[in-house]
Design a protein around this ligand. Structure first.
Ligand code: CTP
Ligand code: ZN
Length: 155
């Protein structure tokens, strides 16, 4: 018998299912992927019970597919997601994400006097440590880490 506590969200025909998103990062993932600009059927679940994560989020994006580089950007806030590519109702590919070596325009520099915080200049970082994440600013060389990471909204 179907578990009555299970959330039923329909399967999708074609698209991308991003699973195991930490609940606190769901809206950041939406921002990073710019989903508010995509007019496709999407369902988001958050604060769902997960044995592994405590609380997790999931998103089902119908007819939406991403380039690997774009998807990898979400690793900054959700390093352990599982990405499922769906074609004709079947999971045809499972992917993991990895923080890119160069990060441009997603994260704010922690340094208040950095030029990127005072002029219209897109931020640019080099990945200097992966776990915990450390990003070195191309302009001021300060390190922005996981604790002070602020995501720049894409909207
Ligand atoms: N899914 C979907 N539509 C489909 C096929 C799958 O929305 N047509 C979703 C499932 O609901 C699930 C995810 O894609 O959230 C992965 O599907 P599947 O690999 O079948 O599930 P699991 O075996 O539970 O995956 P895993 O344990 O690898 O997370
Ligand atoms: Zn800087």
């Amino acid at each position: 018998m179907k578990d009555r506590k299970q959330l039923s969200v329909s399967a999708i025909k074609d698209g991308t299912v991003i699973d195991h998103i930490p609940a606190k990062s769901l809206f950041k993932v939406i921002d990073i992927l710019g989903l508010d600009h995509i007019e496709k059927m999407m369902t988001f679940g958050t604060n769902l019970e997960s044995k592994k994560l405590g609380l997790k989020g999931i998103m089902k994006l119908s007819e939406v597919f991403f380039a690997e580089d774009d998807l990898n950007r979400i690793a900054l806030v959700a390093p352990d997601v599982k990405v499922n590519i769906i074609r004709d109702y079947e999971v045809v590919e499972k992917r993991l994400v990895e923080i890119p070596e160069k990060v441009e325009g997603i994260v704010k520099c922690v340094n208040p006097v950095c030029i990127t915080n005072n002029q219209e200049i897109r931020t640019k970082f080099e990945l200097v440590s992966r776990n915990p994440v450390g990003l070195k600013c191309h302009y001021c060389e300060k390190i922005t880490d996981a604790n002070n990471m602020v995501i720049i909204s894409s909207s």
